[in-house]
Design a protein around this ligand. Structure first.
Ligand SMILES: Cc1cc2nc3c(=O)[nH]c(=O)nc-3n(C[C@H](O)[C@H](O)[C@H](O)COP(=O)(O)OP(=O)(O)OC[C@H]3O[C@@H](n4cnc5c(N)ncnc54)[C@H](O)[C@@H]3O)c2cc1C
Length: 453
């Protein structure tokens, strides 16, 4: 062990969470070694991004608190989100919400990790390319004062047992398809049928018996300002069958174009203008996430305590965009706490740090994700919230504010509490607001006549 004046930290996993924590600890005087199973060039160009990683105010402030680039100056930003709900075939709910002060920014996780890894090494951090197994982790943790495991949902996560008291699901709720495409700008003419903000608002669609789809501005590592698609397919749905056929960026775009032709035709002209990013064969991803919380402190074979960070600690279905945000908030809080701490980083200290993060963010973030997944236990509230959002621009704003700060939703444990939240957010009695709801009838179709160059 080193003395408190030259404390050492080992971080396993050089995804965006691990690299962010590594750089933060280094800048706070720690002697930091970051272990990665891949070379830096492979991390940037040899794998897909681990998610879309749209983040809002709190996560951006977490990055700023560590002196890191938020990319707000260079990425195409989103200032709101439009919603369409096709309810059992009926064009039911349509509204356009503006984010409540926050701006969304979705940056390629590979770009973010690569930029931070470069800085980390320039500032004297040690980068070791070596897959770390439990035996190796034991040796690493024996030497470091603080050992953090940020190996994502796979990797070393099995060292941290699932916490049944904090976990609801034992299987993924959706199959996922995510990819990035180019060819469409972000001006007011894009998605103008959904929002006066056009391409500055994300486009979210729910097709109740199939799943959900989302388009949003994205900063791709090579192609720069682009568009990201995220699709969620319910188990056994036609969308799930279609997602399973995707084997390349080209087929991802083909499948998604077909899906819009058959289910979401109001957005088809925008989708038809999109092109794959030729320079990035890894611009797409399929899979599924079981949302869960792990016991975030584990012990190596010789008994050294190690803590889980990011997806290793808490995994989210991406429907409410909580994973990357949580990892950044957790990293920044841990760095701040570690820098201020004078004693050993023992299991009690590590557990307390995780519990703080769980209480402050992760518990509410899991709940809000369940809300947007239309979890049967919460779906009654979801219906109320979308109806309220179509009648109140203020509520729509506050509803999307939950993606940034999910905590206000924690008080919602009954229909009465859901209505109270609507009243609190809008200053208007919920029943009066909900009584104004009128089904959309027919969604406006895109009139985009865009010729891709
Ligand atoms: C489709 C999709 C869309 C998403 N959209 C959003 C969104 O809009 N907003 C949001 O906030 N979140 C979103 N997320 C979640 C977000 O992408 C993840 O939470 C985040 O990228 C996880 O980062 P991480 O660094 O914790 O893990 P990872 O990115 O998985 O990084 C782990 C790293 O550890 C390395 N590693 C693994 N095992 C070892 C080992 N044994 N030794 C050494 N290294 C190892 C891996 O190679 C990898 O580099 C989305 C997720 C998905 C799947």
């Amino acid at each position: 062990m080193t003395t408190s004046s030259a404390r050492s930290a080992a971080i396993i996993g050089a995804g965006q969470t691990g690299v962010t924590a590594a750089l933060g600890l280094l800048d706070n005087g720690f002697d930091v070694t970051l272990y990665s199973e891949r070379e830096q060039a492979q991390l940037r160009d040899g794998i897909p991004a681990s998610g879309t990683a749209l983040i809002f105010g709190a996560a951006q402030r977490a990055e700023e608190s560590l002196g890191l680039n938020t990319y707000l100056a260079t990425a195409p930003l989103s200032t709101g989100q439009s919603v369409r709900v096709l309810n059992d075939g009926a064009e039911d709910v349509a509204f356009d919400g503006w984010f409540d002060g926050a701006r969304g920014v979705a940056v390629d996780t590979r770009l973010k990790a690569d930029d931070r890894l470069t800085l980390f090494q320039q500032r004297g951090g040690r980068f070791v390319v070596q897959p770390v197994d439990p035996e190796r982790l034991d040796a690493i943790a024996a030497k470091a004062d603080l050992t953090l495991v940020a190996t994502g949902r796979g990797g070393l996560s099995s060292l941290f047992p699932v916490d049944p008291a904090r976990t609801v699901y034992d299987a993924p709720q959706r199959s996922l398809l995510a990819f990035t495409v180019t060819g469409l700008p972000h001006g007011p003419e894009i998605f103008a049928h959904r929002s006066t903000a056009g391409g500055a608002h994300n486009a979210f669609t729910v097709v109740t018996d199939q799943g959900e789809s989302w388009w949003g501005p994205y900063l791709h590592k090579d192609a720069g300002p682009t568009w990201a698609f995220l699709g969620w397919a319910r188990p056994g749905s036609d969308w799930e069958r279609r997602f399973a056929t995707v084997t390349s960026a080209r087929s991802a775009l083909q499948v998604t174009t077909g899906l819009h032709r058959d289910y979401i035709d109001w957005d088809l002209p925008e989708v038809s203008a999109l092109r794959v990013i030729d320079e990035d064969p890894h611009s797409w991803l399929t899979g599924a996430v079981t949302q869960l919380v792990r016991t975030a402190v584990g012990h190596t074979a010789s008994g050294h305590p190690v803590a889980a960070l990011g997806d290793t600690a808490v995994a989210f279905d991406p429907i409410a965009g909580q994973g990357a945000q949580g990892g950044l908030v957790q990293s920044a809080a841990l760095v701040r706490k570690a820098a201020a701490h004078d004693g050993p980083f023992d299991a009690a200290w590590l557990s307390a740090a995780f519990d703080e993060f769980y209480d402050h963010r992760a518990r509410a973030a899991q709940l809000v994700t369940r809300l947007f997944l239309a979890d049967p236990e919460l779906s009654g509230y979801g219906g109320l919230f979308f109806a309220a959002a179509s009648g109140s621009a203020r509520f729509a704003s506050k509803l999307f504010g939950l993606l940034d700060d999910p905590r206000p939703f924690e008080s919602v444990t009954s229909e009465a509490a859901a209505k109270q939240l609507i009243t609190d957010f809008t200053g208007e009695p919920a029943d009066e607001l909900l009584a104004r709801f009128v089904p959309a009838g027919t969604f406006q179709r895109s009139g985009l006549a865009f010729s891709a160059v």
